[in-house]
Design a protein. Sequence first.
Length: 718
Amino acid sequence: MDQITGVIDRITYQHDNGFLVAKIQTETHPNRVTITGVLFDIYAGQSITCIGQWETNAQYGRQFRVHEWSIHRPTTVSGIERYLSSGALKGIGPVYAKKIVDQFGDQTLHILDTDSDQLRHVPGLGKKRIALIQASVQTSQANRDLLIFLADHHVSNTWVPKIQHAYGVNSVSTIQNNPYALAKDISGIGFKTADQLAKSLGIQADHPHRIDMGILHCLGTLNGHTCCPLDGLIKQVATLLQLPPSDRLNQRVYALVNQRQLYSATINNQPMVWMHSIAMAEWGIANELYRIQHTPVRTPLNHVVHTLETLEQSIDLTLDPSQKQAICQAVTQPMHIITGGPGTGKSTLTRMITGLFYKQKALMLLAPTGRAAKRLSQATQLAAKTIHSALSYDFASGSFSYNKKRPLTHDVIIVDEASMIDTLLFYQLLLAIPSHAQLIIIGDVDQLPSIGPGTVLRDILNSSGISTTRLTHIFRQAQHSHIIRHAHAIQRGDYPQFIHSAESDCFFIESDNPEKILDEIADLMAHRLPKKYGIHPQTDCQILSPMNTGPLGVHAFNAKLQALLNSHSPIALTAPDGTCYRQYDKVIQLRNNYDAGVLNGDIGIIDAYCNDQKTLAIRFDERTIEYKHSDCLDIRLAYAVSIHKYQGSECPYVMIPIHRSHNHMLNRNLLYTALTRGKTMVILIGQPSALTTAICNVSAMHRDTGLDYFLNSINPKQ
């Protein structure tokens, strides 16, 4: 690490997340130095010492990336005036900065800190402005105290804005009272950071605050489970805290239960423990499903049968008896679930159901992601929304506008790709469904479970009393697809019998060396497939990797493909995180942006750019969205994406690396999901042993959840 010291000349860029670019003047460099990093409470005129490293940015040249820094307030009259003029203290601009410095000279900052009542002697300063300045001085002092406190205890000062926002001027005393509160209250600060700080403060290893946060940490990192066996939880906590399992740990669990931070119940003679909010969501799902199930539906069966026959004739389609039965159940029951793998007719049933309801009842079509919503819309030729959008989710407050008190107004709500919906989101959706509405849930239970906690679709299917259709028959037109046949083989736990012939649409190429696999897939996407099939590598091909990092991860493929496919294009923009984007690059949106109308998982192409305004124009299907410099933190190159990120999407040609380097991620659900993303052709490249590992590993299919327990508590099995 290098160190530089200088005076801040000006702030050239600042993002809401704290990322900052500034110019500083040093005694050791003839020209001003550009510094970048997550910095805060930084103003012109301050002296700053930075520890970090030099980097060369392709667009902006040599810069110093800051990892740690310390601020020294100015001591000269001119420096103090410039510091106050920069807006460091609320209520002081250039005019009042000059008046205050004229009054107090080089003692200005000392007087502001120790005797700010003297501000009444400054001409033109009224009581309200003085009060505003004094409050700002108090906040600034608290920030400095917090910076010093964190530095003394070897905690990164990048957390200061979030801590100060949460605790205000009492930050230091709040942390001293209970440093473990940081792990609960400050997003991004984990148990380990709080524990190191607590140890530095002399907190005992068996202090109740430490044990409580250890318990909450273990329950908050269950990797998809919603609850945990009590004995297993105690072992995890003991290992984390390096304490022996004891009655004291059990006592703290039940103390947190009494405080309603945790919930406990016995399932099959096994004591289980939940985070209270997760338990209430599972209990709430059971209650809301019971409510929806017991709502009378006024759709006569004979009317449905007649309308269905008319609809079949109008679109020249003949349904088999099992499909007709499924449709009749779906439209005559208050709630119905349809599940099945590829080629079993889920899309056909969805089109027919929407056709029956269209123009007769108010329909709402939903999916958990933007890409899944688009696919649903394409399949039905009707508008579809994400669940977050339909419920009007407010990211600032973390709440939904549509809820129990303000339900949706639709008569029929159809939810597709239900395997991707986690416990908390499903609970919020059910709260907003009015009692008069019918609910139809569609999904493939064998795909990857939700990223968030729970296995909602699987648990509901395993419960009794809910009208369900399980599609198992693969229709004739789908039987010719090796993609579909191999997907079903994998789902059964069988090793697919790959056939390398012109008739096949699914291939496995054996290779052990990661570099060769990387090169082979890159060559397929960039040259061989486009040449043979006349396709476009950007729009018709997609690499899906089990992991983001590693030699065969998403990042490695994106760097390789950008260099191979698009190195000739000019650099359009260098994002705040250092990523260079070029015109015609393929990119993916990482979060929902409802204002711009672009959603998490949407994939686009960089159409144009403007260096002067530091903006990109990215084309998503038929829409072009303008991205400012700071917005580029919400996108990433997308020649390759993770399998998890691509769930709910499809592409004509899909390539999948499968290698031992992915071992801890390989499982049957992941492989099955990846394979079913390809519409025209799927090519797997890697090791047969890795493929076998994925097929045999069903650990991801099991999650400890309590939904079935709550469902049976409300609606006991007969």
